[in-house]
Design a protein around this ligand. Structure first.
Ligand code: LMR
Length: 339
């Protein structure tokens, strides 16, 4: 009996010794992923980020906590990229137009006006080797690209009706931080002003800028339509995102967690891409219903004229983004600069 008690006591101690670390591990604070972004939650990006949070937390059973900070509540455009590199946040989804200042100029190829006729053409890049090659370029900045997310085609807004290239003359137009967008705006004699997304509404309201280009979901959720008299449905360019993480952070995660998070990202990407078109269609409806801005459409001839003028920026930007890369994009999308 005594022997039995002694044995079972020893056994219990042994069990405790091995069990404690596991219990302690289970009780340990979860790994926190701060996901900062600049759009509201009811946008394609906002919905993608929230879906990633949901799936990541469910599937890791609490081992990972994802804190989503939408609408520039934590950082603005430039600051969030710095914060990611410093490790103050772990995940972002900047527009692919914002990597130039980081020294990865090739991403600005996505900004060439009219290079994509459809989302399907865009996907040929983002789901193929060119998209992967571009993500790989971020690694020299300590950044790992996890996925591409869609938003949609850009439209022009201003306090002046924009129907012809001449209508842009002298207008101060806000752009994202991309030299290609700067060149595009100069082809139509506008004055491009780089500005953080969160500052655009106020700049429009106070007349610091006369207009801008953006997707319908961004225009609607940031209420730009309330401070712009005209909106031209031009579809002249595209905004999409690269979901990125701090490479050191990602590599430090336990392998099993990384696999789960990769899966959550894959499924969240599907949702973001699936809702993107509807979000933009609904935003157009919302803008129309608000009655605050006049919506203009272009005839095929007018569209052709915008294209003829803006496409001049392609040649001008060969040195900036690489002539070979532009050619590779043309080949994949079927774009013909002479048409
Ligand atoms: C912008 O700055 O206009 C956009 O990139 C914002 C966004 O993230 O969609």
């Amino acid at each position: 009996m005594n022997h039995f008690i002694r044995c079972s006591g020893a056994l219990a101690a042994l069990v405790l010794m091995f069990a404690l670390p596991v219990a302690a591990q289970q009780a340990a604070a979860p790994i926190v992923i701060k996901f900062s972004h600049v759009t509201t939650s009811d946008t394609p990006k906002g919905k993608g980020a929230d879906q990633f949070k949901k799936l990541a937390e469910e599937r890791t059973q609490g081992r990972v906590k994802v804190e989503v900070y939408p609408n520039s509540s934590l950082y603005k455009d430039k600051e969030e990229l710095e914060a990611l590199q410093l490790g103050a946040v772990q995940m972002l989804a900047p527009s692919v137009s914002k990597f130039g200042p980081l020294g990865v100029r090739e991403f600005e190829v996505f900004d060439l006006p009219y290079i994509f006729d459809s989302i399907e053409e865009m996907h040929r890049i983002t789901e193929g080797p060119l998209g992967q090659m571009l993500l790989n370029k971020l690694e020299m900045r300590g950044i790992l690209g996890l996925a591409y997310w869609d938003n949609g085609f850009k439209q022009m807004s201003a306090n002046r009706p924009l129907k012809k290239p001449d209508d842009f003359k002298g207008l101060k137009l806000r752009i994202q931080s991309s030299k290609v967008l700067e060149a595009q705006m100069r082809t139509i004699n506008a004055l491009p002003q780089v500005m953080a997304f969160s500052e655009v509404y106020q700049a429009m309201q106070t007349g610091v800028v006369d207009g801008s280009e953006n997707t319908l979901s961004n225009i609607y959720t940031q209420k730009h339509h309330e401070v712009q008299k005209f909106l031209t449905l031009s579809d002249h360019g595209y905004i999409g995102y690269a979901v990125i993480t701090n490479k050191k952070f990602w590599d430090s995660l336990p392998a099993d967690l990384r696999t789960i998070l990769d899966g959550a990202m894959k499924d969240a990407s599907k949702l973001a891409n699936d809702v993107a078109k509807k979000e933009n269609d609904d935003a157009l409806e919302g803008i129309r219903k608000s009655g605050k801005t006049q919506i203009l459409t272009l005839t095929p001839a007018e569209k052709g004229e915008w294209k003829r003028v803006m496409v001049k920026s392609h040649r001008q930007m060969e040195e900036r983004v690489g002539a070979d890369l532009i050619k590779a994009f043309y080949k994949e999308t079927g774009f013909d600069p002479n048409k």
